[in-house]
Design a protein around this ligand. Sequence first.
Ligand code: NOJ
Ligand code: CA
Length: 559
Amino acid sequence: MIEISDEQDPLWYRDAVFYEVHVKTFFDSNNDGIGDFTGITMKLDYLRDLGVTCIWLLPFYKSPLRDDGYDISDYYSIQPEYGNLSDFKVFLQEAHARGIRVIADLVLNHISDQNAWFQEAIRNPQSPKKDWFVWSDTEEKYKGVRIIFTDTETSNWAWEPHVKQYYWHRFYSHQPDLNYDNPEVREEIKNVIRFWCKLGIDGFRCDAVPYLFEREGTNCENLPETHAYFKEIRKLMDSEFPGTILLAEANQWPSEAKKYFGDEDEFHMAFNFPLMPRIFISLARENVLPIINIIKETLPIPATCDWGIFLRNHDELTLEMVSDEDRDFMYSEYAKIPKMRLNLGIRRRLAPLVDNDRASLELLYALIFAIPGSPIIYYGDEIGMGDNIYLGDRNGVRTPMQWSYDRNAGFSKADNEALYAPVIINPNFHYESVNVESESRLPTSLLNWIKKMIRVRKKFTKVLGRGEIRFLEHNNRRVLAYIREYEGEKMLCLFNISRKHTFVELDLREFAGTRPVEAITEAAFPSIGELPYFFTLPPKSFFWLSLLDPSEVKGEWET
Ligand code: NOJ
Ligand code: CA
């Protein structure tokens, strides 16, 4: 755990700026074409300067990598290409020295079929390990449970020829689900947690949380037993490793997603999966109602809990939890080429999704930095990296980080062919211009803009990180207008989500006597009075306005 005294606030995650990254993709220190722990350690200054305060590492445990590490063959060791435990310890120490916390992916629903636990179960069906998995003589059990990887799997059961039974798997058939009804399994996963927490990890992003238990007659998701087990894990973390957090990956409808906060005794955080696709729906429909409705539905949540707000991640942009109509609309707007689709989602990065439109990118980032929750940036999206839809599975959004216009985008000095994946050379996103070095030198680059926005977000961290949200009534569906408020500090946020110039008249009488001051440039606006307050907004634009007492305003535009 981090040992920086002024960062000991147990609610640190509510003010955090998260950065999601895969060790493999970030920087290759030994030039074998694969990123490693030593490499990511060398790039920690970059992340500190960007303003990141917590890194979420994708799975780095030993694995045959048939699901990019979400298929773990040994929970207690590191994938050799990424380094070893001592490299990991150095990374953690160096991150902490820079005031950056680290959470790790914890894959608890399933393992790799190469894991010794499964191998023992199939080689010796008499062994106690057999019951660590879920078996059936027929495929009839748990009928009707949805299939998640619809493009590859046709059943949640796979035949095991040695055992001569089927085993249960919610994801790839090479990922047998663990049997959480077995107390040994529950205990072993606690041991895994203890092992990494003792090394100093600051928490876990828990993978696939809804699926731990199975019960006949249910959809085998979000079962009470699953919640009860996570409450046990929370208790363990609170008592043995105070200050660590649990972040839930539960891609569910709002009512179920919210339950993972429990009564402040389960997860500290959960990804706001309900909100994410609706941001893109709103943008394409030029109508802010999908955003407003879903934020209202996902609030309130318990006081010490928070949403993780994200636009993109390492998976396809999931459309599992939207209506069929919205899914079709999303495909028609954002996945015009069939290869852009995967399972029930869209495998594209952020910048390509919005046709590399800078105004849209700024609008979207401004939104995720200013709605309730902590923002999570997916590596590379801060420089506007492109994708490669011709790589299989979700690999097109997992290509090497682009550091410079040198060979291999400065990611590695290996031969081009040796890279674990090719760098992006599509002319619109070519690494020769989309890279950290070039963007660092250009004052107006996306990277420099995001750095500035993170600084501003930190300056207003309490009101933006912890403040209440209240939507303001008006009659322009292109405009999102709300007040954030925390212990008397107030911020008015406005977003024009459309492609047109627009205007909005707001009844701000309750704030009469205060002056709006734009948060980024500190430009002061006229004081609020009794009359409706009028704003004009260029296409895809936003305002963050602190509402201040005129005596606090030291702007040059004194009106
Ligand atoms: C969710 C992860 O985000 C995804 O990448 C993975 O394939 C599945 N869980 C299965 O582990
Ligand atoms: Ca390497």
